[in-house]
Ligand binder design. Structure first.
Ligand code: CDP
Length: 220
């Protein structure tokens, strides 16, 4: 238990539906939603905009401490500029895991995330929330789906956003690669916390998954 607040951790692999579900649950339960993936994405955007390679650890560490990332009214700001759309581009998908595996990056962003969750009722989603960022959360969920289904969803989402020159097979292999980096990295790899409820979203609607989570939290 975390004093008398409601603290919910949601983890899972790319494209499993975490963010959509967590956002809906936050509205139903009236708690603050914090998308930690968006924070790693925002830093990756800055890395790319500065012409730094996502494997150039030294230069990435150099910029991380002077970077401001915060949420306001459910929008994400990078150094004062709103970057909601830009961080969803496929170039970010394909570089973010390299940036997110750097120890100094994680230390800085985890510190920010823990601070954001300090005083409010929150639902936070990511890869290491139940295991590292909020190990004392009242409720932990591990949201999954088959890799083919996750690739189908991501492919559709990118097409809807107008990305060109992408095909399903390419997205499938990119998602597999991101899963591999996220699950095998040395620091805070993606894994199910022992006390997390697993929610498989493969053949379920958003509403079914949201209801499942809300029912568990409300003890029904
Ligand atoms: O939306 P999607 O599932 O594609 O990913 P995301 O939640 O936006 O996270 C993007 C990337 O950030 C992940 O693939 C991880 O490499 C990294 N990440 C992380 O390392 N730790 C977190 N708590 C959240 C995201």
């Amino acid at each position: 238990m975390v004093d008398n607040r409601l603290v919910i951790a949601v983890d899972g692999p790319a494209g499993a539906g975490k963010s959509t579900i967590a956002k809906k649950v936050s509205e139903i339960l009236n708690v603050e939603y914090i998308d930690t993936g968006a924070m790693y994405r925002a830093l990756t955007l800055k890395v790319i905009k500065n012409g730094i390679d996502s494997k150039d650890v030294k230069n990435i560490i150099r910029i991380v401490s002077s970077t401001s990332i915060y949420f306001k009214d459910n929008h994400i700001f990078l150094d004062g500029t709103r970057v909601d759309e830009e961080i969803r581009k496929n170039i970010i998908n394909n570089n973010v895991s390299n940036v997110a595996k750097i120890k100094e990056v994680r230390e800085e962003l985890v510190r920010m995330q823990q601070k954001m969750a300090e005083e409010n009722n929150v639902i936070m989603d990511g890869r290491d929330i139940g295991t590292v960022v909020l190990p004392n959360a009242n409720f932990k969920f591990f949201v999954t789906a088959s890799v083919e289904e996750r690739a189908r969803r991501r492919h559709k989402e990118l097409l809807e956003k107008g990305e060109k020159n992408i095909c399903y097979e390419q997205i499938l292999s990119e998602i597999k690669e991101r899963d591999r980096i996220d699950s095998t990295r040395k620091i805070a790899p993606l894994k199910k916390a022992t006390d997390a409820y697993e929610i498989d979203t493969t053949n379920k609607s958003i509403k079914q998954c949201t209801d499942e989570i809300v029912n568990i939290i409300e003890g029904r």
